[in-house]
Design a binder for this molecule. Structure first.
Ligand SMILES: NC(=O)c1ccc[n+]([C@@H]2O[C@H](COP(=O)([O-])OP(=O)(O)OC[C@H]3O[C@@H](n4cnc5c(N)ncnc54)[C@H](O)[C@@H]3O)[C@@H](O)[C@H]2O)c1
Length: 436
């Protein structure tokens, strides 16, 4: 048996803090309350329903993941967060129209108790939104300090043993990694000087990591994906993960593309388009905000297909992604994919995918898994980028000089072996010895 890491069992309450309490965050919160009351199942959540093999194949042992590693129980979590609107979680969930009114009414008292704290927000970074529930501060450093005060106040008032933060806020405009992001010293200087390359999402990430609170980023904004915050995470012993929840269309892409590649089937073109009518769709209708999302979505195929190694199969791949704001659909996104593939002797074929999905229903379990696994990582003494959580992310954060892994099956392998490592179980390599 491999050496077991010393991981403390979770004690007391875990606070899950979310900057941005819109459709995704409220669906996650209401979901946990509903599950705890026996009103639904946490489908889509590996921490709650997933199983994993441990030991030799002959042992036929596939326990629940939560019985292999010591995870925080959902019965003992509390939620908090920030938003630019002062709606309670009940009001915001009603507005988002993801979950049925009848379900929300059953848990109204619990949802109404959760009120967002005043946000750090700047209209310049999300041009389609305006809200009044906003903090004031002379410098970005002052605003980050105010967030740290909020975090400490929340911890005390809710008697939390530990905290995690998951960014569920809007997608900000596209910002490229620049000089100010290269070291902690340059980032802090930029915060004092109100540099435009430091958007609000980066201030939340800074505040969390500075306080040793694990941080995950569910949007494609740079946020914690800069050398300065990786440096801070190492310094404060904080696990981090990002970026952009891997839900609808990209989830399908990272399931299909590895399969086609495994059979060395050529791909000539992949056209992806979406219609989406929620607030996220409205924010993404601004070209500067869409650019951030586009960059996050486009990287996926390149890494999976490795055109440099297979120029005849993927060298000329034409990959296009579009999102159109279409209010009648609300949160029920429709994502179409047309894939032009090539087979034996270059004969063309086509695949069409039409995914009528529910954006926040797919994203909610990812918020919960990221929070629960990041808390585990913290207790296991892991810090910095948690690549094993790439499984949940569209544009996974990877160490400098290393390509992120996008193939969902490779990602799952990494996640499962990391959990086996934490639990002191043998890693599964699928070599002959495994079968004995
Ligand atoms: N739903 C999905 O499948 C999915 C997948 C990948 C990524 N995402 C990303 O997750 C994020 C949330 O999505 P959503 O559908 O809940 O959007 P939403 O618009 O319903 O909610 C986002 C909330 O963030 C708030 N906000 C914006 N800037 C803020 C700030 N600086 N501080 C605090 N609050 C702020 C907004 O007021 C809004 O209430 C978006 O960035 C989206 O792109 C969603």
């Amino acid at each position: 048996m491999a050496k077991k890491l010393k991981v403390e069992k979770p004690k007391g309450k875990l606070g899950i803090l979310m900057p941005g309490m819109g459709a995704v965050a409220t669906t996650a919160i209401a979901g946990v309350i509903a599950v705890n009351k026996g009103l639904g199942l946490p489908i889509g959540s590996l921490t709650q329903m997933g199983r994993m093999r441990v030991g030799k194949r002959t042992a036929n042992n596939q326990p629940l993941i939560k019985d292999i590693v010591p995870l925080q129980s959902l019965k003992n979590v509390v939620f908090g967060g920030w938003d630019i609107f002062d709606d309670t979680v009940y009001e915001s969930a009603m507005h988002a129209k993801v979950l049925d009114e009848s379900l929300l009414k059953k848990i109204k008292p619990q949802l109404s108790e959760i009120k967002p704290m005043k946000a750090v927000f700047d209209h310049e970074y999300v041009k389609r939104l305006d809200g009044k529930h906003i903090k004031k501060g002379k410098t970005k450093m002052e605003l980050a300090t105010a967030l740290m005060k909020d975090i400490e106040k929340f911890r005390k008032e809710n008697n939390c043993d530990r905290l995690v933060m998951v960014w569920c806020g809007s997608t900000e405009i596209y910002i490229k990694e620049s000089e100010v992001h290269q070291s902690l010293a340059s980032l802090e200087k930029a915060m004092e000087e109100n540099h435009p390359d430091v958007p609000p999402s980066m201030l939340y990430a800074y505040a969390a990591i500075k306080m040793g609170v694990p941080y995950a980023n569910g949007a494609p904004n740079l946020s914690c994906d800069i050398p300065a915050l990786v440096e801070l995470a190492k310094k404060t012993g904080t696990p981090i993960a990002g970026k952009d929840f891997k839900t609808g269309q990209t989830l399908m892409k990272t399931i299909l593309a590895p399969g086609l590649k495994a059979r060395v089937i050529g791909i000539e073109g992949w056209y992806s388009t979406n219609i989406l009518g929620n607030r996220d769709g409205e924010v993404l209708a601004d070209p500067d905000n869409f650019k951030t999302k586009e960059v996050s979505k486009l990287g996926v195929l390149e890494e999976i297909l490795e055109p440099q190694l297979y120029p005849e199969l993927y060298g000329d791949l034409y990959h296009l992604v579009r999102i159109n704001y279409y209010p009648p659909r609300g949160d029920n996104k429709e994502g179409w994919d047309n894939i032009d593939i090539r087979g034996w002797l270059n004969y063309p074929m086509q695949i069409k995918v039409d995914f009528l999905c529910r954006d926040s229903i797919l994203a909610a379990p990812l918020v919960i898994d990221l929070a629960i696994f990041l808390d585990l990582a913290k207790r296991a003494g892991m810090s910095g980028i948690q690549e094993w959580l790439s499984f949940y992310l569209k544009s996974p954060q990877a160490p400098k000089g290393v390509h992120p892994i996008h193939d969902i099956f490779k990602q799952l392998n990494k996640l499962e072996n990391t959990l086996r490592h934490i639990a002191g179980e043998e890693l599964i390599t699928n070599l002959g010895l495994d079968y004995q």
